[in-house]
Design a protein around this ligand. Structure first.
Ligand code: SAH
Ligand code: SF4
Length: 385
């Protein structure tokens, strides 16, 4: 029998289970404390729960956290984590410091980019995540487990640093090793199309948002989608105030359909109507992501239709120079051209940022590290046969 992971359960459901086992009410808070602020990776760590209760929990739920396979990047820079899940699947998360610290001091605010699927079925031509197709949806605990696993990893690194310094007071050591908050913002922009895994995504994000769970404000959580219209409308109808980013990458159907097959199913007119619906319901600003790819979607004649769409749905635009993917022919335009594109868009009255993208050197674009590792592993096993 496959057990549900306890971190896929809501507080109410955990409380109902413990009550049905005649446990005193305070056990719920103790258990949640282990699951979230303390990010326990095993039942044995939960030392203030009676052994019999831990055994009963262990026979009723799984308790899994992604296992670190590889980490690229250093403290205070963009770091990329490759994780293995219990079925052997590989996924990745990217930790981006908000303000890279000066002089080696730790920067305290970070955004974590998380994955929602193993692979992706949407096949955008420029993206590494879809190159080997779609394998499966992540379960809620695998989505939110990336946050816990990163925080556990960072805390244990901090502990190693502190422990290796003989002069460090014990109180600093204890603090660094335990519950320090690392992730303040979440962007659902890793591998996979989050809206194609809608129910698991929302279950995970609700736990990350809950005061008893991740305690991360809904406004600090951004979902990025390639434009799944029915799910954009569902999210608009949900009272929770997550932020929404649309991967546009083309301002006319002709350009967009060439690089994003999803545009044939939900063309720009339908997508714009769904965005407008979202804006009407939420009253908040959307973001359009627009990667600039040389000779593909960076012609200045994209500016006017892009501005028109952005004004219509009250969106700001993030321009992102394309991050090259091994095995794909695409390249980024020159910096001058990106700046010209940005200036023209701004002069049309659109709030525009040209993102100085981080992590170019460590395959930070979604899906790249996993793809490389999967292919290396495939090469290895082919070679050993
Ligand atoms: N499937 C969702 C979320 C994951 S992709 C979506 O498409 O929105 C997150 C963002 O990374 C998207 O905007 C995607 O278009 C962008 N992206 C993919 N490959 C990229 C690359 N090589 N360089 C820069 N951005 C890329
Ligand atoms: Fe999938 Fe998003 Fe990559 Fe498109 S850009 S293939 S939807 S992960």
């Amino acid at each position: 029998m496959v057990l549900t992971d306890i971190r896929s359960e809501s507080k109410d459901s955990v409380a109902a289970t413990l009550a049905s086992w005649s446990q005193p009410g305070y056990r719920v808070a103790q258990l949640l404390e282990w699951l979230y602020p303390r990010r326990a990776a095993s039942w044995d760590e939960m030392t203030n729960l009676p052994k019999a209760l831990r055994e009963r929990l262990a026979s009723s739920y799984s308790l899994e956290i992604p296992t670190l396979v590889q980490r690229q990047g250093a403290r205070d820079t963009t770091r990329k984590y490759l994780w293995r899940l219990s079925d052997g699947s590989l996924i990745e998360s990217v930790l981006i410091p908000a303000n890279p610290a000066l002089y080696g001091e730790a920067s305290d605010r970070h955004t974590l980019c998380i994955s929602t699927q193993v692979g992706c079925a949407y096949g955008c031509r420029f993206c590494a995540s879809g190159l080997d197709g779609w394998k499966r949806n992540l379960l809620p605990h695998e989505i939110l487990g990336q946050v816990l696993a990163v925080e556990r990893t960072v805390a244990s690194e901090a502990k190693e640093v502190v422990d290796s310094s003989a002069n460090t007071p014990a109180s600093v050591s204890a603090n660094a090793a335990s519950q320090e908050r690392v992730v303040n913002n979440i962007v659902v922009m890793g591998m996979g199309e989050p809206m194609a895994n809608y129910d698991n995504l929302l279950t995970a994000l609700r736990v990350l948002n809950a005061p008893w769970g991740g305690n991360i404000g809904a406004r600090k959580i951004t979902i990025s989608t390639s434009g799944l219209v029915p799910q954009i409308r569902s999210l608009a109808d949900d009272p929770i105030q997550f932020r929404l980013a649309i991967s546009l990458h083309g301002a006319t159907d002709e350009v967009r359909s060439k690089i994003m097959p999803v545009n044939r199913k939900y063309p720009l007119e339908e997508l714009a109507a769904a965005c407008q619906y979202y804006q009407d319901r939420k009253g908040r600003m959307l973001t359009f992501e627009f990667i600039l790819i040389a000779g593909i979607n960076d012609d200045l004649d994209q500016v006017a239709p892009l501005a028109e769409l952005a004004r219509r749905v009250h969106a700001k635009v993030n321009l992102i120079p394309y991050n090259t993917v091994e095995g794909l022919p695409w390249t980024r335009p020159s910096e001058e051209h990106c700046q010209r594109f940005a200036r023209n868009l701004e002069s049309e009255g659109v709030t525009t940022t040209l993102r100085l993208e981080k992590g170019h050197d460590i395959d930070a674009a979604c899906g790249q590290l996993r793809l490389k590792t999967e292919r290396e592993l495939a090469g290895l096993s082919a070679g050993s046969n």
